[in-house]
Design a binder for this molecule. Structure first.
Ligand code: BF8
Length: 675
């Protein structure tokens, strides 16, 4: 029997996506939205009750007390699956970090084409953090030593990885006491696979302990290295004007969409697209030039550094092709749907794979390497330009929104205090006074099982009204961008009065775009500096802050959640838990208990899966208020603030119109209280 198909409005709240979903139906083409409607999730797998780790199974466990053929209990199976998810996520991010480190080494040795050490100040700062001498040395010498140090973190067999020292001192001590500090990035991932092989580790707490240690190789290891080196090579982000949504595609230019994650290739394509030869080549092909845009985290990387527009987030990769206006979609690693190639066959679009790690059947493979980066980038662009003549009928939604991304930790520091007094003091003070009730990091993916962007933006808008400052990365940031929440003054009339005061005083949007998914490390750095600044506790678990991934779907998201919990954060995931089976068949769910109660006891952070967005909002605010109370900060009171800036001006106008009234009544009108 045919399954019920959702309408475009039920599939996405984004009007550009809705328009492309209508076009897909007209053209009788399928997208992930259609496939999600046509295929219900496997119920045993969705409950986390399936084990397929050996050839005796796969074992389907359906009731309390049932075991796999080897005798593994449901809890063990769920914990093993979780460890493997975390290892895969950590491997993806860490491998990204490793490649960045090798690129840094090659740039330092003058072996690359087109790259430079762009942010020498950041190079020196990062090197100093790791006790690498900087005085009297050339940037290349420093970069060489830093690259060696970073590369060594991956294969290290004993000891502890060095980026861990960037965490608050108290947190490092806690990890040390609990034997959680990773020895080497590769070692922890390999051990995760070893422990979860048939007949190995079979105790939930012990398995989860290793999941936590493995996750730390990402948050305080591979991702941190990836972010630092990207900044050194391509510049530390600062606010820049950009645009987001499918309307950034151009009908009279060669559209090249870069999609994936690593900035090494996309940054070079940006450079190549401005080369006069390439521009002339595009004009000779009858186009006005090359129009670059991004999808997924590659979009975030080039958006926050170069202002290259974002065509969309994860669920818009197929929708971009459906416009018929994309000459080439150039992909590297992670979050790239295999369906792109089949869909592109209905148009002229070329899907070009570039990573030695990723090929897709039917795609054109032009392998990228940093030694010939600019040449390869130009070749890719020529391939796209040659394809312009093959373009057929197009439909580009006339929908795009402006945004200001680029709030790196360094820029936040600067914007709060300027060059001479850069510090987090004003932010801490604003939280302590209650102008800012707390901080929410809303990050992560799209998931076609829920309406695209709805959960992200519903939760974001509600928290802003409650004076919660929101920081975002990944596809969540692009969701907010499309809604206009990342643009200075826009939407400020919809945020709480205290937060509005802060945003207007400093001149920031109420939602700060902090980058791609590896850049969740920027959020950890911000939290660490908040702690070090003083007044909001001496460890991350005391800061009134919550992490949310309302539309998560990737293994990387689970890794990020785990390292955030291990760092002390309360993390809320939308949708159902991937271990929800036990809840249904038993009174006790060991995995969920571990991730909430036991992890909170061990690390001060916890992970919960909450399907209802209003419940997510409620739990976020409760947690923030609980942390405020523990710090003995004043109870949040929205009526205390909002009397400066614009509101004050309006109030002054009110006052002048009440001048003939008695003073008490004038004051009542001014402050909105009874006379
Ligand atoms: O790393 S948010 S869908 S693009 S996994 Fe993928 Fe999820 Fe988007 Fe970036 Ni992150």
């Amino acid at each position: 029997m045919a399954r019920k198909q959702r309408s475009p409005e039920e599939r996405s709240i984004d009007p550009a996506s809705q328009q492309m979903l209508i076009r897909a139906d007209e053209l009788k083409l399928e997208t992930a939205f259609h496939r999600a409607d046509n295929m219900a999730a496997c119920p045993i797998g969705a409950d986390g009750m399936c084990c397929k780790l050996c050839g005796m199974g796969p074992c389907r466990l359906t009731k309390d007390g049932s075991t796999g053929i080897c005798g593994a209990t449901i809890d063990t199976i769920q914990a093993r699956n979780f460890v493997r998810h975390v290892a895969a996520g950590a491997a993806a991010h860490s491998d990204h970090g490793r490649d960045m480190a090798f690129t840094l080494k090659a740039v330092a040795n003058g072996e690359t084409e087109g790259y430079v050490l762009r942010d020498i100040a950041k190079l020196r700062t990062v090197a100093t953090k790791y006790d690498i001498a900087v005085e009297g040395r050339s940037p290349e010498e420093i970069a060489n030593e830093l690259a060696d140090l970073c590369i060594a973190q991956f294969g290290q067999q004993r000891g502890t990885i060095v980026p861990i020292k960037r965490a608050p001192a108290k947190r490092q001590k806690l990890w040390e006491e609990q034997d959680l500090i990773p020895r080497g990035l590769d070692r922890e991932v390999v051990e995760a696979l070893h422990r979860t092989h048939i007949g190995d580790d079979q105790e939930v707490g012990h398995l989860l302990h290793h999941a936590v240690r493995t996750s730390l190789t990402d948050g305080w290891g591979g991702s941190l290295i990836a972010t630092d080196i990207s900044d050194i090579l391509f510049g530390t982000p600062a606010p820049i004007l950009g645009e987001a949504n499918l309307g950034v595609l151009k009908d009279d230019m060669v559209n090249v969409v870069v999609h994936g994650h690593e900035p090494t290739l996309s940054e070079m394509i940006v450079a190549a697209s401005q080369d006069p030869d390439i521009v002339a080549y595009a004009e000779a092909a009858g186009a006005k030039g090359v129009n670059l845009s991004g999808i997924c985290c590659t979009a975030n990387e080039v958006l926050m550094r170069q202002g290259v527009p974002a065509a969309g987030n994860f669920l818009q990769q197929e929708l971009a092709i459906l416009t018929g206006a994309v000459e080439a979609m150039v992909v590297d690693v992670q979050c790239i749907m295999q369906a792109l190639v089949g869909l592109a066959e209905n148009f002229h679009t070329k899907v070009i794979t570039t990573s030695p790690k990723v090929k897709i059947k039917g795609a054109t493979h032009i392998e990228f390497n940093e030694h010939k980066a600019l040449t390869i980038a130009k070749n890719i662009l020529r391939e796209a330009i040659d394809n312009y003549k093959n373009r057929g009928e197009i439909e580009i939604p006339n929908i795009r929104e402006s945004l200001v991304p680029g709030f790196s930790h360094e820029y936040i520091n600067y914007m709060l205090g300027g060059s001479y007094r850069s510090s987090f003091r004003p932010l801490n003070d604003a939280v302590m006074s209650g102008r800012i009730r707390g901080i929410a990091a809303i990050v992560g993916c799209n998931n076609p099982r829920s309406p695209q962007d709805y959960l992200h933006t519903h939760v974001t808008k509600a928290l802003l009204k409650q004076d919660v400052l929101v920081v975002e990365t990944g596809c969540g940031a692009i969701a907010s961008a499309k809604l206009g929440l990342l643009l200075g003054e826009a939407g400020l009339d919809q945020v709480g009065p205290g937060l509005r005061e802060i945003c207007e005083t400093i001149g920031i949007p109420p939602v700060l775009h902090m980058g791609s998914c590896v850049d969740n490390t920027r959020i950890l750095t911000v939290l660490t500096q908040i702690v070090e600044e003083g007044g909001l506790g001496d460890d991350i678990d005391q800061v009134p802050a919550v992490g949310l991934a309302p539309e998560w779907m990737s293994e990387k998201a689970l890794t990020i959640a785990t390292y955030c919990v291990a760092s002390g954060a309360y993390v809320i995931f939308g949708g159902s838990s991937p271990f929800s089976g036990m809840e249904k068949v038993s009174d006790s769910d060991l995995m969920l208990k571990y991730m909430s109660e036991d992890w909170e006891e061990l690390y001060g952070g916890k992970l919960e899966f909450i399907g209802d967005p209003d419940e997510m909002i409620k739990k976020t605010l409760e947690h923030i208020d609980k942390k405020r109370a523990a710090l003995k900060l004043p109870e949040y009171d929205p009526t205390r603030f909002g009397q400066s800036g614009d509101d004050r001006m309006i109030a002054m106008e009110t006052l002048s119109s009440t001048e003939s009234l008695p003073l008490a009544e004038q004051q009542a009108a001014l402050y909105g209280v009874p006379a």
